[in-house]
Unconditional design. Structure first.
Lengths: 112, 279
């Protein structure tokens, strides 16, 4: 139940989390997965993450290009577009409003 | 299933869902990179190949075309060959062979070496006259020979414009069509290499693209994949299924039987037991 609920929450905000990470710096799939894990949101498996990246790419919120690493293999780097930055601002704002209300509502229970 | 097998299976599943080969190649390469960096097992990271391929296809947008199989309704007859016989001297190469292929079907011609597969195809193409029998073709025809379809001293682009001109296609259009036809096979035709300096496999890509670039109604392909590496071979079959789904009639000579469960018609020219069957 707990993991079920978590994954449902994630489904609503994973794209925003990815946009937020890419707003800090451009990145590639594996690094994003690690960053999400470190942020305490993960672990996000590749099977979940890459479809999100593909959708964001298709809708023009991020762009990607392949680049050879210094030592490692070639990686597909993603970065935010201007549209993506706007989507992050709007989506982030909506989420904060919503989550604050939820927190307030749930917090009322503690006061009783 | 090891990592390489998983990736192969995944690539094939993407093709089956109509993901365009260029995009599929990127997705597969990205998955391979992830696996290399994480050191994890593909099933753990992505689940099974078909499930992940579905998720990817969904994310990519337009709903996937209906799955290939007997549920599809083939169109009108495009190629009808009946009672084809051919002798060379005293040797009977073909004895009353029949083949009917409709729009939206792939036919495989199989059989041992020397059983007349190429001869049959050349008769269908109108390059050889049979001793008896008839061939009817409805629509435009493209024929890809096993070898020798390219000219040593021409560039890839020159091939495209030359073959395009033969079909009355403008130079600009021919370049666009030709380049995209080879790109499907994983090759960005460079503008400065003569065909004779290309590797055997790459020359075959050019050879095949000269047939597919004009999108004829009937494609006759004589083992056009010799020298292809594994990935290109998968791309090749992916392309055949796309052509089929686009309503083309495809006839392909093959001695590799692994694909036979996914074609619509099989013509077995093995002399001992000449069998035919539709699926």
């Amino acid at each position: 139940m707990e993991t079920d609920r978590r994954s449902q929450w994630l489904r609503g905000v994973l794209d925003l989390c990815v946009l937020a990470l890419l707003d800090e710096q451009e990145s590639y799939g594996y690094q994003l997965a690690q960053a999400l894990d470190m942020a305490g949101i993960g672990p996000i498996q590749g099977g979940t993450l890459y479809p999100v990246l593909l959708r964001l790419q298709r809708t023009g919120l991020i762009v990607a290009d392949w680049r050879a690493g210094d030592a490692g293999p070639a990686r597909k780097y993603y970065r935010l577009t201007e549209t993506g930055r706007q989507a992050l601002r709007h989506g982030g704002h909506d989420w904060q409003t919503f989550s604050t209300r939820v927190t307030t509502l749930i917090g009322k229970g503690d006061d009783r | 299933m090891n990592g390489a097998q998983w990736l192969d299976a995944f690539a094939a599943e993407l093709g089956r869902r109509g993901v365009d080969p260029e995009t599929a190649r990127h997705v597969v390469a990205e998955a391979a990179t992830h696996l290399r960096e994480s050191g994890e097992h593909p099933t753990q990271v992505f689940g099974n190949p078909s499930g992940y391929a579905s998720a990817v296809a969904d994310s990519l947008g337009p709903p996937p075309p209906p799955p290939p199989g007997p549920a599809r309704r083939p169109g009108p007859v495009r190629l009808h060959a009946t009672g084809i016989s051919k002798r060379y001297g005293r040797r009977t190469v073909l004895h009353s062979a029949d083949l009917t292929v409709r729009a939206g079907q792939i036919a495989a011609i199989v059989g041992a070496n020397g059983c007349g597969k190429s001869t049959f195809l050349r008769i269908c193409a109108g390059l050889i006259t049979p001793d008896s029998g008839q061939v009817q073709v409805v629509g435009s025809l493209g024929y890809c020979p096993q070898q020798g379809g390219t000219a040593d001293f021409l560039l890839a682009d020159e091939h495209f414009t030359l073959f395009g001109a033969g079909q009355g296609i403008s130079r600009r259009q021919a370049l666009t069509d030709g380049r995209s036809a080879v790109r499907v096979l994983g090759w960005d035709a460079p503008s400065d290499t003569l065909a004779r300096h290309l590797s055997g496999g790459t020359r075959q890509k050019l050879n095949l693209a000269l047939t597919t670039m004009t999108q004829p109604d009937v494609l006759l392909l004589d083992e056009p994949y010799q020298g292809f590496d594994r990935g290109t071979y998968i791309n090749f079959w992916d392309q055949l299924w796309q052509l089929r789904d686009a309503g083309r009639a495809v006839v392909v000579v093959t001695h590799l039987l692994t694909q036979l469960d996914r074609v619509d018609v099989v013509l077995d020219l093995t002399p001992a037991a000449t069998t035919r069957g539709g699926r």
